[in-house]
Each structure stands twice: as C-alpha cells, then as structure tokens.
Design a protein around this ligand. Structure first.
Ligand SMILES: Nc1ncnc2c1ncn2[C@@H]1O[C@H](COP(=O)(O)OP(=O)(O)O)[C@@H](O)[C@H]1O
Ligand SMILES: [Mg+2]
Length: 488
C-alpha cells in the first residue's frame, strides 16, 4: 500500500485540519467542475503563512513546529500527501495579516515531464489575491486541488454531500465551539452521533479513566469514555437515523477531532441488539502511538494493553446495556410454547455440534457512576432470575426466548452469553404465528423448528466477525423478508 493511501474524504479532512491548526474560524470548501476538470478548494481565514513556512509546507514531511497536545496535524505530511493522493496539481494561496499575498504550486505532470522536483513559489497575481480575498478575507489560506484523478465518489454532488455530512460529525466539537464550515455555499450542520440533543437519549456513563502506566510507557494518561443509549424508535425512524450495525459503537476523538467511527474496540461484537449503543472515546495526541493513530487519521488500533483495559472497564457495562435495551423490546411470552425439550436435546448433543467458542464474560464491578437506570448490581440480580438452562460441560447450550421485533424485523435474533447461545424468535414475524403457535401442542414440530433456527444461529455466530457482520445481517434480512412474503 502506498504511503499516501487515503480516501478522498480523509484527504480533504487532513487539509481542513491544517486550517483548524491555523486558528481559522471559517472554512469554506468548494467542489466544482471547471471545464473538464474537477477541482476542490479548501479556504480558511486562519493566520496564513509567510514565505519560509509556505516553502516548508509544500515539502514532504515538513518539520514545522508542532504542539502535539493541541494540534490536529501529524508527521508534517498532511498537505502534500493528501493532495498527491487524489490530485495532480496542488496550489496554495496564502496571506498573513498586513502582508503580501503569496502563491505556491506543485504539478505532478510538470514534474514527470521534466523529471525533476519543481515547485513554484512567488507573489500572488491579482486573480489569485482576489480569490483569497473573496473566500478568506484579509488573511488566510486557499488550497486548490485540481487535475483530480481519484475521487472516492464519481458523482461530485454526492461527494460534496457526503463530505458535508462527514465534516458535520468529524468536527462536531469545533462546530459547537463556533467554527463555521461551508460546503458549496451551504453551511454544514453539526451531526452528533450520540444524539445528546434528544430528550430520550440516556447517558449511561461518562467517566475519565487513568490508563495503567504499564500500558502507556509510564506516562500519566487519561481517556474519557461517554456511553449513551439512544432513544427507542420505530423501525422506520431507526432507518432514517441510521441506527444500524455500521453506526453502533465507539466514536473516537483525538484532540476533539473524530478519527474513527462505529468501532467495537473488541469490547463487544457488532449485533443488531446494539443499534442503540453509541459511545465517545476521547484522547489526546500524546497517546497516538498507543492508540495506533495512522497518519491519515482515519482509524485507530489500540495496543493490547489498552484493549485489555477497555475490555475490563467497559465490557461489563455493555452487557448491562444490552439487557436494558432488550428489556425495552422483550415480549411477555404467554403463548405457552415449550422449548425446554429442544434445549435439553441441544445440551445433550452439544459435543456433536459445531458451535462457536464459549465466551468468557469479563465484567467490571465498579459502581456508583451510572445513572441508576442500569446499575450493575441490578443487572446481576436480573441475571440470577433467568431461567436455568442446561449446558453440557464441553459444549454450549441454547436458550429460546421471544421478543416482539416488528413485522419487518428478522425471523430471529441470536447472541452468545457465555456458554449459551440465546435465540430469540420474533413473535411479530408471520412464521411464528403460522408455524410455531399453531403447532405448539406438537412437540416434534416445535423442536424441529427450534433445531433449524439453532443450526442457523450457531452457523451465524461461528462465522461472524467485524468485517462480515453487515453481510450476515443482509442474508438474514433477505431470508426473513422472503419467508414473510411467502407466508403472508
Ligand atoms: N491552512 C494553513 N494555514 C496556515 N498554515 C498552514 C496551512 N496548511 C499548512 N500550513 C503549514 O504547513 C505545515 C505543514 O502542514 P502539513 O503538511 O499538513 O503537516 P502538519 O499539519 O503535520 O504540520 C503546517 O505545520 C503549517 O505550518
Ligand atoms: Mg496537517
């Protein structure tokens, strides 16, 4: 993979980071066609650059001063690498307060043609100075990318609109602090994945954790984790708000700028049950190494010690949250369908079955920090009240439950709870009425259906991982939809 492997969203965002580091209060982005070419302009009203800094800025791996704890830059690679990753030409117009306007450019086609690295740097001409004045005002910087040969979306209108949405989320803390972003003359609205503005969003916990010194090279480092449960909404709104597998999980902020979204951090496994779980993990750039921040700032890979720490501190909370969320939608099972027979047979034959590994649940028993809606002690009590289910010493057991998951919902949901595969029939799916309920007195039919679903569920759990979880969800959704259509 070449070092400049960014997608074009990450590339533009890296250039935006420079504007924020330069104390801009307003950042304007233009994505436009010019003749046959596509160009992207990023203009800010920050402090601008003098000749020396401009000269340095257009070199790869520039060595300008960095204030690591507050800056968004990394490695002095942003400007050049970001532009090379998508455009053949980079131009910079910049002006400090009360200084003259400067111009610098770098053109890959010229470089190839002449076979030497050439960079133009001079006073800006009138057209260039006017452009800066129009977009930035008295001071600031205009970055122009043209001859764009790689854009992550071939449709420029779509590119601009996705870019605006991403910016609204990635820079939400800056928008909150009054920095204005404009994409193609439209003001960017703040997007809060935690939906804290919604009255029914519950803050489950919000804590500053001191990392064990062994995990961070003896440094004293803190991270902050805020976990919320999004409001319970109907399936339609859930779609509209994109409360789905991809968007559930952790949003990671480095120096207040989002560098990753929808992560599991190995604290939980993605599952539809977690669509209402979102969290924000904030850290400072002094933790870049330990958090595995890449220069492109689009992802994290925390080291093992931090991962272990998070598992220990957060996994238990996530398990409790799942219970809270499931309770919200769990149906009273008054249907009198008896699954005990199927559960017993599965336990008895466990050794013969191909099943996922048993999960060892790590739970932390810290108390006093949650808002009472889901404190740990209560969830443990709840756990004790669960129906006792047989498991075999070697293999896993199964527990069958029911829940009203909506007519459009999947036929069943499944997850693992330690040594148990929990399977929840959707009582709203026509299959449940037409096949299970009407046959509840016929044990053979109910068991056969339980086995079928258990077989599907264990295959799903055995093969699921973070990368294919969406695919799995799609297969299940198509299966459930077709079955619904056939039975309706
Ligand atoms: N929009 C801007 N306004 C002012 N200075 C900038 C701007 N963009 C880049 N620079 C200068 O160029 C330098 C190099 O930028 P960059 O290559 O992105 O690396 P980094 O951000 O890691 O320092 C910055 O440190 C800054 O001094
Ligand atoms: Mg930078």
């Amino acid at each position: 993979m070449p070092v400049y492997h960014y997608d074009s969203y990450a590339a533009v965002e890296d250039i935006i980071d420079n504007s924020i580091d330069a104390q801009a209060r307003s950042i304007k982005i233009v994505v436009e066609h010019q003749k046959k070419d596509l160009r992207i302009i990023i203009a800010d009203n920050g402090i601008g650059m003098n000749e020396a800094i401009l000269d340095e800025a257009l070199k790869l791996g520039s060595i300008t001063d960095k204030e690591e704890v507050s800056d968004l830059g990394k490695f002095g690679m942003g400007l050049c690498t970001a532009s090379i990753s998508m455009a053949r030409k980079l131009e910079v117009i910049t002006k400090e307060n009360d200084s003259e306007c400067l111009y610098s450019s770098q053109d890959l086609d010229e470089i190839t043609k002449r076979n030497e690295f050439i960079k133009v740097q001079r006073k800006a001409n009138k057209a260039e100075a006017d452009l800066l004045n129009n977009l930035s005002g008295k001071r600031g910087t205009v970055v122009i990318l043209s001859n764009i040969d790689r854009l992550s979306d071939t449709n420029t209108a779509q590119f601009a609109s996705k870019l605006a949405k991403d910016i609204g989320r990635i820079y939400r803390k800056f928008i909150e602090a009054g920095i204005e972003f404009v994409v193609n003359e439209k003001k960017v609205e703040l997007v809060d994945p935690l939906m804290l503005g919604h009255k029914d969003t519950k803050i489950y916990s919000d804590e500053v954790y001191t990392l064990p010194e062994s995990a961070v090279d003896g440094k004293k480092e803190k991270i902050r984790v805020k976990i919320v449960i999004l409001p319970e909404v109907n399936a339609e709104l859930e779609k509209e708000l994109k409360m789905n597998i991809r968007s559930q999980g952790f949003y990671i902020l480095r120096n207040n700028r989002e560098v990753a979204s929808g992560q599991t951090l190995e604290v939980f496994s993605k599952h539809n049950d977690f669509n209402r779980l979102r969290a924000e993990l904030s850290f400072s750039a002094t933790l870049d190494n330990e958090m595995g921040v890449r220069f492109s700032k689009d992802g994290v890979a925390p080291n093992q010690a931090i991962t272990d720490f998070l598992k220990q501190e957060i996994s238990g909370q996530v398990t409790s949250i799942r219970r809270v969320m499931l309770k919200d939608k769990k149906a009273e099972d008054s249907s009198g369908v008896d699954h005990a027979g199927s559960e017993a047979v599965i336990a008895q034959k466990a050794k013969l079955l191909i099943t996922p590994e048993a999960e060892i649940e790590k739970r932390s028993l810290r108390k006093g920090t949650h808002d009472g809606t889901a404190a740990t002690p209560k969830s443990i009590k709840e756990r004790e009240n669960f129906r006792k289910v047989k498991t075999s010493p070697k293999g896993l057991g199964a527990r069958f439950d029911t829940a009203a998951m909506g007519r459009e919902g999947t036929l069943y949901e499944t997850y693992q709870e330690g040594k148990l595969i929990v399977i929840r029939w959707n009582t709203d799916h026509p299959f449940y009425d037409r096949v299970i309920l009407v046959n509840k007195s016929s044990k053979d039919i109910v068991s056969a259906m339980d086995y079928l679903i258990f077989a599907l569920a264990s295959a799903e759990l055995k093969n699921s991982n973070d990368d294919n979880v969406e695919l799995m969800a799609n297969i299940k959704s198509v299966m459930s939809t077709n079955l619904r259509a056939l039975l309706s």
